[in-house]
Design a protein around this ligand. Sequence first.
Ligand code: ZN
Length: 218
Amino acid sequence: MSHRYQLEPVVAEWPQLSGNIYCIGRNYADHAKELNNEIPAEPVVFLKAPSALRALAEGPLAFPDETFHHELELVLLVGQHLKAQSEVGPDSVAAVTLGLDLTRRAVQDQLKKKSLPWTIAKSFAGSAVLAPFVSARGLDLTRIDLQLEVNGEVKQVGHTRDMMFPCSTILHYLVTLQNLYPGDLVFTGTPAGVGPVRRGDQLRVFSDALRLNANGRL
Ligand code: ZN
């Protein structure tokens, strides 16, 4: 497939995005509680279509009138071909960034009530927002702080030590089910503090551990 989305900054050894976007739900207990969800016994996995990808600094969102929920997440860029049922080594992640899993919460609540798939609540134009990637080399993925500001106000503050399923466990779990490919993305779940955003809102994502500080208008 062809890709509209290049990595920023473009680093030669990182793979191009494959288009596969795995997402983990309910990975922080404080967020599961705020939505009255049970604490899962194994990772909750859902997908977004590649058409959902959007750079943080890209132009306005396609939806002028709708309000979404922001979910700030650490996002992994897989760097290796990991065969289904194989072992996942420590170098399997090439790069990471902060992203937003934009969600139509009211639509998702309706779908959950009917026990239907969440897809249209989670996968739509611009719903997988990515800040520029940074190298994962030397990073301890259990020690990443993450923060989101909306219109200058801090909305979400989290730390990956609070994940119920750390990044290594998530990758192990995904590889029990299918191959992972270079350029696959994994959204690793959101801490508490999700809330409304809409087109025109000014976003800032920030992490000391990643030395990342990126802005964009939704
Ligand atoms: Zn999410």
